[in-house]
Design a protein around this ligand. Sequence first.
Ligand code: NDP
Length: 259
Amino acid sequence: MDLRLTGKVAVVTGGSAGIGRAIAHGLAAEGANLVLVARDEERLRSVDFPGVRVVAVPADLTVPDDALRVAAVVEQEFGGADILINNAGTGSEEKIMTAPDDRWQWYWDLHVMAAIRLARALVPGMRTRGGGVILHNASICATQPLGYEPIYNVTKAALVMFSKCLANELIGDNIRVNAVNPGLVMTGDWIKTAKLLTEGTDQTWEQYLQKIADDNAPIGRFATPEEIADLFVFLSSDRASYTVGSTYYIDGGWLNVTT
Ligand code: NDP
């Protein structure tokens, strides 16, 4: 299937690692040029793909002005963007009764305000180009919460609703907005946590993660980042032209509800 992404300009937040890096790789393989955003400059600048332009913008997306800076670089380097992938994010661990306001605010800024600010900054350019695509990487936890991370669950749920509202506001400009809710995906954080929790125990970190997969995902394993990225790449393309304002689960069967 020709996805007709050659020469498009895609902004991928959190494009230096995990799912974001796999999305960037997938888009580059289809010929899209990239603007990648993350905080760790060295890791970000190490990402490169042959045959396309890759521009790195070190930025902390919890900082309001950084979204404006990303948009300025996009304008300067490419004259606008066709695709925005709001992927940067991270898990949390707290109790609602004891988590202070600033912790809620930090996750709200990262998971929700960054997407709002980047949309405000990049949509004018998409309109000028005649259309675009905005995708939000939320989580199955937006619908089916994990007990240890209420702030993550709440802010990802808000991101999904933002995605829906933005879709309604922008479809008249030929800008398609959708969200993706992955389940278990084997990325650095999971591996780091598993290694920490199994250190000095009889269980290997691989066994620890396999148990999580067995307990939760009917498919019995984690997804690879590439399996998630392929859906993002398809949704980014004109071949997904009737996908508007939806949320696509990609979770190995983990979601328990049928609506
Ligand atoms: P990783 O930790 O592997 O990668 C996260 C990326 O986001 C990195 O590039 C990181 O770079 C960047 N990032 C984090 N914080 C910021 C910030 N403040 N400003 C700019 N960039 C930032 O995460 P995953 O690939 O696992 O997750 C990616 C997305 O997918 C997240 O939104 C996550 O919630 C979601 N998701 C993940 C699942 C999983 O099982 N892995 C399941 C469901 C959803 P740096 O640290 O240098 O800033």
